[in-house]
Each structure stands twice: as structure tokens, then as C-alpha cells.
Ligand binder design. Structure first.
Ligand SMILES: NC(=O)c1ccc[n+]([C@@H]2O[C@H](COP(=O)([O-])OP(=O)(O)OC[C@H]3O[C@@H](n4cnc5c(N)ncnc54)[C@H](OP(=O)(O)O)[C@@H]3O)[C@@H](O)[C@H]2O)c1
Length: 285
């Protein structure tokens, strides 16, 4: 029986990236649907859950993507609320690669040091990747600070993650030298999750830091998030600290994304969000 993946994208034009990885992850056919919202998804979900006998339902799955995490999260919840009894299929949320990118970065960090009890700072953590990275680090027992250039934005992200995952994150500002130094004070881990091509730390802000042990930056733009690292870094030692760059993390992110797609077709009950993506990532490092 063919493995069918329905890609519900909250953007008008569905992601090419997500469809390529879906095929590489083992889907026999990927149906890309754009502009999907909680209001128009009902017939699509019904088509997925009513069409195959119970033992064959694992061959149908839903992937929710798009550039906006809040819209993706809302659609993800709505679709699951339409499932009942055994009328369900496996489903994954990865708006803007939020879960797979964050899970890959956090798995590499926690493979390099024990994060439990450590202080971790997610710089520019208000985007999809940063929010999920903060959640995953907190789930692993780190004390997590999530920064923004504006306190209200970091507070809003921390509230959202508390509501969705029950994790307590500390909102902080990182906007200039003083506030960045304050955010990094006594921290052992830094996760850079800024918009592509934005420098978050100058070299002297991390290279001479007395407490930092591991730095991971997911950025793949021409300018790295942390000055002086290389985006190919994959557990590279620089200035006595372990460094992971955007491509170093990206290799695991792609492997993880493909593995998640493959898992969707193993049962009809799997739900992949932050926690499950993090568990699968950990099994791959
Ligand atoms: N390595 C991989 O495989 C991979 C995969 C997917 C994504 N990525 C990368 O992951 C990163 C995060 O993605 P995302 O979608 O979560 O990011 P995003 O939403 O585009 O941006 C994250 C945050 O960056 C901050 N920001 C924006 N402009 C800034 C500026 N000029 N100076 C300082 N901060 C600024 C904003 O925070 P505030 O406004 O709150 O300050 C924003 O919320 C991107 O660099 C993306 O390219 C990597």
C-alpha cells in the first residue's frame, strides 16, 4: 500500500524543502496543499482518516508546515481535535523547521555536555526555532533564558511555551553590550536562533567568557550568528568551548526530519511536536 503524506502548509505556496524531505523520508506520494487553516481543513482531515481500514491507516500521514509557527500550532491542534477513536493518522508539526532544527541543535549540545542544571541562553529566541529550542533545553533540565531585543516579545514567547508545554523560561532582553552581558552572566550554554544573516555576538563577547562551555548557532546566512565561528563547525573546539554551526547542525536536522517522516508511517497514532522530535533526535546522535 502506498505511503501518502498530506502536507498542510499554512502559507499560500507550500514549501518545496518540506516536500523533498518528505520523499527522502520514505513517502511514496506527497500532496502539497497551501493556505490551510483551521476553518478549511475539515474535509481534508476526513479524507485522510476515513479512507483506509484500521490496519492500513498507518500508510496515511499529515505534515503541518509553513512559515508561521502560531498558525501551524493552531492548525496542528485543530486537526488532532478532529481525530476520534481509531479515526486518526500520524501527524507532525514543523513550521519553518522549528522542531527538527531545534531538536538537532539541542541533541548535539546535550551529547556534548550534561545540560541538566546548567544555565542556557537562547539568543533571539522569539522565532519558531528559538522557542522550540528553549522548550527542549528546559525539558532536559536546563534553566533557560529566552532573549529578544524587546522584553515584551520575550515575555510573550515564554508565556506561549509555558501554556503549550508547561515549561518555565526566563524572559530577558539582549539588545546591546550591557544587556547581552547580563543575559550571558553565569551561563554555560548559548543557542543562537536569530533571523538569518544577523550577528548576535561579537567574538570578544563569547571567546573570553569565563563560564560558557558550548555554543550552537543555527544560522546559515553569510554572516554567522556568533562572530568567529564557522557554520560547518560540528563539535569544534574554539577558545576552550565546544562550537556547533548552522551547517553542522543542519546535517543532523535533515537526517532527523527524514527519520520523523519515516516514523509517521510506522503507526497511525504518532504525534511529533517538540518532545517527540527531541527524543528522535537524541536517538540519532
Ligand atoms: N541550520 C538549519 O538547518 C536551519 C534550519 C531552519 C532554520 N534555520 C535558521 O534558524 C534561524 C532561526 O529561524 P526562525 O525562523 O526561528 O527565525 P526568525 O523568526 O526569522 O528570527 C528569529 C528572531 O531573530 C530576531 N531578529 C530579527 N532581526 C534581528 C536583528 N536585526 N537583530 C537581532 N535580532 C533580530 C527576532 O527577535 P526579536 O525581534 O524578538 O528580537 C526574531 O524573532 C534562522 O537563522 C534560520 O535561517 C537553520
Amino acid at each position: 500500500m502506498k505511503k501518502l503524506l498530506y502536507q498542510f502548509d499554512t502559507d499560500a505556496i507550500p514549501s518545496v524543502f518540506d516536500s523533498v524531505v518528505a520523499y527522502d523520508g520514505g513517502a511514496d506520494n506527497v500532496t502539497q496543499l497551501g493556505g490551510i487553516t483551521p476553518k478549511n481543513c475539515l474535509p481534508l482531515v476526513e479524507g485522510a482518516i476515513y479512507t483506509r481500514a484500521p490496519k492500513h491507516k498507518k500508510n496515511t500521514a499529515i505534515f503541518i508546515g509553513g512559515s508561521d509557527l502560531a498558525s501551524g500550532q493552531e492548525l496542528f491542534t485543530t486537526v488532532q481535535n478532529l481525530f476520534f477513536s481509531n479515526f486518526r493518522v500520524s501527524i507532525m508539526l514543523d513550521s519553518n523547521g522549528c522542531n527538527t532544527t531545534a531538536a538537532a541543535g539541542v541533541a548535539l549540545i546535550s551529547n556534548s555536555i550534561d545540560v541538566k542544571g546548567k544555565t542556557a541562553v537562547v539568543l533571539a529566541g522569539t522565532g519558531p526555532v528559538g522557542q522550540r529550542a528553549a522548550v527542549m533545553l528546559a525539558m532536559k533540565g536546563a534553566n533557560v533564558r529566552l532573549t529578544s531585543r524587546q522584553l515584551e516579545r520575550s515575555e510573550h514567547s515564554c508565556e506561549l511555551m509555558d501554556r503549550e508545554f508547561g515549561v518555565k523560561l526566563e524572559p530577558m532582553v539582549a539588545a546591546d553590550d550591557n544587556s547581552i552581558a547580563n543575559a550571558l552572566d553565569n551561563a554555560q550554554i548559548v543557542f543562537g536562533a536569530g533571523k538569518s544573516g544577523i550577528q548576535l555576538l561579537r567574538a570578544e563577547q563569547w571567546q573570553n567568557h569565563p563560564d560558557l562551555e558550548v555554543l550552537a548557532d543555527v544560522g546559515t546566512g553569510r554572516i554567522p550568528g556568533f562572530e568567529g565561528i564557522d557554520m560547518m563547525d560540528n563539535n569544534e573546539e574554539r577558545f576552550g568551548k565546544r562550537i556547533f554551526g548552522g551547517i553542522g547542525i543542519g546535517a543532523l536536522k535533515l537526517k532527523l526530519h527524514r527519520a520523523c517522516i519515516a516514523r509517521l508511517f510506522e503507526s497511525n497514532t504518532l504525534v511529533i511536536d517538540a518532545e517527540e522530535a527531541s527524543l528522535i533526535a537524541q536517538s540519532l546522535v
